[in-house]
Ligand binder design. Structure first.
Ligand code: SAH
Length: 205
């Protein structure tokens, strides 16, 4: 079982959501991720999608010429992602694993890019520094990290933690240069127009 350090309650939560329809599964890639490719900020290369869920972002990137690996802690999520990729005849590697233990699956500096759509905002304060060190480990020098999260401007409804720009800066500036944190929308099935989010673009120092 991956992830001794992901507590049982959290693990139970993630597994449970995949028994029905997770609100983040919008059956298409997140518009903010599509935008990153269109703007050229996210450039084709060896790319890791951490917390890849139902796989839509990873599949989109693979279709756009990226070589992609998706990793998720829930087996069912990985099965869904694999079957969606297979249906569309897109080549993506999806595997079960813990984002807090990336060093046990991958080599140091293996990836040009890491994308995170909706994982960081689900981590506890204690997990954050571990997560940052793991992302830092798998990225090559100068590699890019892109993170989409709910922002503190989103006041309505339940859902994940709301993240402030200051928190992002404090968490990541130890090992990353933060290029920007922009307002964006996090698409989900609960908010008619999506939730208010931030997209962060950071480079490994
Ligand atoms: N990226 C997807 C899913 C977002 S939800 C999307 O944009 O739709 C967050 C995902 O992270 C869930 O699929 C959950 O199972 C996964 N996850 C949670 N904790 C994790 C961990 N420690 N390691 C890997 N995946 C994790």
């Amino acid at each position: 079982m991956p992830g001794e350090d992901v507590n049982r309650a959290m693990m139970g939560f993630w597994e449970e959501v995949y028994r029905s329809s997770p609100p983040w599964d919008i059956k298409r890639p997140q518009p903010a991720i599509v935008q990153l490719v269109q703007s050229g900020d996210l450039k084709p290369g060896r790319t890791l999608d951490v917390g890849s869920g139902a796989g839509e972002n990873a599949i989109f990137l693979a279709k756009s010429g990226f070589r992609v690996t998706g990793i998720d802690i829930v087996e069912r999520a990985v099965e869904i992602a694999k079957s969606r990729a297979a249906k569309q005849r897109v080549e993506v590697e999806f595997r079960v694993g813990n984002a807090l233990e990336l060093h046990s699956y991958f080599s140091e500096g293996e990836f040009d890019n890491v994308i995170d759509s909706g994982l960081f905002h689900a981590l506890t304060n204690e997990q954050r520094p571990v997560y940052v060190s793991q992302i830092n480990w798998v990225l090559r020098n100068g590699g890019s990290y892109f993170m989409l999260c709910f922002s503190d401007k989103e006041r309505k409804f339940s859902g994940p933690r709301r993240i402030s720009k200051q928190e992002i800066e404090e968490t990541f500036s130890t090992v990353f240069k933060i290029n920007y944190i922009h307002d964006t929308v996090f698409g989900d099935t609960l908010h008619r127009k999506g939730a208010k989010g931030y997209i962060t673009n950071a480079s490994k120092l």
